[in-house]
Write a protein that binds this ligand. Structure first.
Ligand SMILES: Cc1cc2nc3c(=O)[nH]c(=O)nc-3n(C[C@H](O)[C@H](O)[C@H](O)COP(=O)(O)O)c2cc1C
Length: 163
């Protein structure tokens, strides 16, 4: 967003003086939830206790509810350890054809039993009968950012709680 002020013959452009008008809501919108799961691959970012970043492509994902995204663990190593150790994760989902992308950021936990795991098993076995993930990364989304190239890049568009 640009703010342009014209004083006499001068035009001054302020780059983004006001960060955004985001919506503080209790849920991630249906559109963004569908967008995320419609992309064949998303990237899952985590961080170690030493602050080392880690990213990995992930195909298996399903929404548990309107703020909780499950990413199914088939082959995770550092990803799983990072989630267990630091409890933070971020997902980027994009569609190159429509130049649209979102980052979902929040707290994360790892589950291999209980309702999150059950949902992960149901999802995987519905696509691959008999298959089951080793566990699930549970991303509790606290903020959604646009990653669409252009003026809105990086803009906070949804905060599901205090960020
Ligand atoms: C296209 C693609 C999709 C993948 N989907 C998943 C997935 O859904 N779940 C999973 O556990 N690993 C998946 N992987 C494998 C992980 O990205 C890979 O094991 C990676 O090493 C995990 O990161 P980490 O070793 O840093 O934990 C996928 C890999 C590719 C190339």
């Amino acid at each position: 967003m640009h703010i342009r002020v014209i004083i006499g013959s001068q035009s001054i452009c302020f780059l983004p003086a006001i960060k955004t008008k985001y919506r503080r809501v209790r849920m991630v919108s249906k559109d963004i939830r569908e967008f995320t799961t419609n992309q064949s691959i998303v990237v899952l970012a985590t961080v170690s206790t030493e602050g080392a970043p880690n990213v990995a492509p992930m195909a298996w994902k399903v929404w548990y509810d309107d703020t909780t995204l499950l990413i199914l663990d088939n082959y995770m190593n550092a990803t799983r350890a990072n989630v267990q150790n630091t409890g933070k994760a971020s997902v980027s989902a994009w569609n190159a054809e429509s130049d649209t992308a979102y980052q979902l950021k929040g707290t994360a936990e790892y589950a291999n039993r209980g309702p999150y795991m059950e949902k992960g098993i149901d999802h995987m076995s519905s696509k691959k009968p008999g298959a089951s993930p080793r566990g699930v990364v549970v991303l509790h989304v606290q903020a959604v950012y646009s990653q669409k190239p252009g003026d809105q890049a990086g803009e906070l568009i949804t905060a599901t709680r205090s960020t």
